[in-house]
Write a protein that binds this ligand. Structure first.
Ligand SMILES: [Zn+2]
Ligand SMILES: [Zn+2]
Length: 229
């Protein structure tokens, strides 16, 4: 288990859920599990250097935007697959240990939003209702690393508010650690925390409001000894 960032898909837990979510719901995903994970994998700091270098090329960005994501979206939108996946995931939410089964529905929602797939109004409402029930921490957890980290939750809620069918929303773009908005939502690039150069904010107000939570993880790059936060 590892975690190299605070946002969605910046830890093994989210990636594991993402990679198994569709599989565990009984859909044959051999051919497209790779594409699903490709949508969320590029921030993996533990990836081999060649892979990390490839993720940062414009060639990969083009392939992701023009091939992989539209392909996954089309899969999810065909025969209401996305809707059926939600139904199956929601039916399994009674298993409440560490809220893992509920968090799986959240990650499914995040993947659908990432792909720009259609989500019906009832499922959107369910995701909104579910988010406050999931554990959320802004501290480094060595044990019990379940659920959201603070900026990940904000990212998810902002993504729910702004999601549109047919529009892919990246969770890798800089997003406000307080309200989760990205450049497209606010019309300018989020500001970077001058001290840690990790946290980003849409405004000084959001930065100020989040400081008490952020200060425990605000470590200058020169003092970061470990790869995982
Ligand atoms: Zn903000
Ligand atoms: Zn900081």
């Amino acid at each position: 288990m590892g975690r190299w960032g605070w946002r969605l898909f910046e830890g093994d837990q989210d990636l594991d859920v993402a990679c198994t979510v569709v599989d565990s719901l009984g859909v044959d995903t051999d051919s497209w599990e790779h594409s699903l994970s490709a949508m969320v994998h590029q921030t993996d700091m533990l990836a081999p250097p060649e892979a990390a270098a490839f993720y940062s090329t414009s060639e990969y960005a083009d392939k992701l935007a023009n091939e992989i994501i539209p392909w996954v979206r089309q899969k999810l939108d065909t025969d209401n697959l996305g809707e059926r996946l939600f139904a199956a995931s929601r039916a399994k939410e009674t298993d409440n240990l560490f809220q893992d089964s509920k968090y799986r529905t959240i990650i499914l929602g995040a993947l659908m939003i990432r792909a720009g797939a259609r989500i019906n109004a009832a499922d959107l409402k369910h995701l909104r209702d579910l988010a406050p029930q999931i554990n959320c921490t802004s501290r480094q957890m060595t044990l019990g690393d379940h659920g959201f980290r603070t900026p990940g939750k904000a990212q998810f809620l902002a993504a729910l508010d702004h999601c549109q069918p047919g529009v892919a929303r990246s969770f890798q773009e800089p997003s406000c650690f307080k309200c989760g908005k990205i450049e497209e939502d606010i019309g300018h690039k989020p500001l970077q925390c001058k001290k840690c150069k990790v946290a980003t904010y849409c405004s000084k107000d959001c930065q100020r409001d989040q400081w008490r939570e952020h200060r425990v993880s605000c470590i200058p790059p020169s003092q970061c000894r470990m790869l995982n936060v």
